[in-house]
Design a protein around this ligand. Sequence first.
Ligand code: NDP
Length: 455
Amino acid sequence: MSAARSDALVFFGASGDLAYKDIFPALHGLVADGQLDMPVIGVARSEWSREDLVARARASIEAHGGHADAAFDKLASQLQYICGDYSEAPTFTRLREVLGAAQHPLHYLAIPPSAFEQVVRGLAESGAAKGARVVLEKPFGRDYASAVELDDVLHQFLPERAIFRIDHFLGKEPVQNLLYFRFANSFLEPIWNREYIDHVQITMAESFGIKGRGRLYEELGAIRDVVQNHLLQIAALLLMEPPVGHDPEAIRDAKGQAFAAMRPLDPDEVVRGQFDGYRSQPGVAPDSDVETYVALRLHVDSWRWAGVPIYIRTGKSLATTATEVYVALKRPPLAVFEDVKRAQANHVRFRLSPDVVLELGARAKRPGESMAGEAVDLDACRDTVNAMPAYQRLLGDAMRGDQMLFGRNDQVVSAWRIVDPVLTTHKPVAIYQQGSWGPSEADHFIQGGAWYDPV
Ligand code: NDP
């Protein structure tokens, strides 16, 4: 991996929604932290002047809790704008000119995936890809075949070490804490296997619906939107072996192996649901079969995890908004005390959002004469108010050439291999009530247990 720090930041899609929501605030944060002392060049089709871009940046930052402070003035002085179509060579010739002496630009492609090829080709042919890094927004394909095809296209122009596939979920502090907590503590490793763990549940619940994005959501559904990327990434962090050695790639190697061990999903082990009222949303087909909810059972073919089901569940318009991992341990081998037979087994719970909780669920004796106990949760809560926003963290890492929090091609393609069988082969969606925990078809999904519903 080249250690050279990026010396210019180019963002394609400068006039788009993602730039407004996340990129300008991230750039502002990077300048405030002294990490963005370089030209910042926006490229899009809108016929804007440099002043229009600065005005858009100001509006974005103010709309997202920031102020037009000294850091903003500095960012504004660095901003440049290129108006051009990505299908036209002069756009890239102009970019190479504006880059001037920069040798290691970072190109961030916050654009529709259909434009990825045009842009990487344009960068390569203009010389702007030389010594550069390229950050790509998701989605990386829409099934296994298209992901492989996209990968082939990218590799025609760029080596893998220059490609940074963003999954902003991985830039979130609580998700990084999963990795840290697993490998910074010695007490977890001896029990982190099929001998002690009964099953794992990963729940990403959203109490809101599709927020007017009907047309976009019709192309996605829950499996493509969050399972293939965010939730399988969480699963990989939980399942991966300890990384070997100190090579920066070691963590991604271990994660890649975790993905390789995940078995493709079986349509009989997937429940898809749709919230009542989805079909009347703007942009949604009146007979839509797109899932807004999914529950699935994942199997892992590795020595450590054979026979331990991983349950993944996500949905819109559910009872609450929270993302949690619940690791259910097996019961003690012998019930020395009678009440243990009926009690809930121990667990480890990671609450990833909206707040962060690490919890070890245990039992302790209740005061009194009888040897009977009660559940006690050993909790550690973390405040994320001051956590660095995910896009700021990820752009900062990419500028340093640190790929640890970015998806590698083998992981991304593997994740599509896992979900591919159920993208087209599945039962019709089961309708569920808004504000519920999804369709009743998923109620008895956990073998020998029950869903843990986050509050
Ligand atoms: P938008 O449609 O809002 O913006 C697209 C941007 O690309 C605009 O700046 C547009 O320029 C530019 N563009 C598109 N085609 C061309 C072209 N041929 N030539 C020049 N410029 C072009 O998309 P989003 O910002 O919402 O999304 C961008 C990417 O980020 C997508 O891949 C999306 O999946 C991903 N993403 C988006 C999220 C979000 O919350 N919005 C969240 C996570 C990922 P102009 O408008 O000036 O024509």
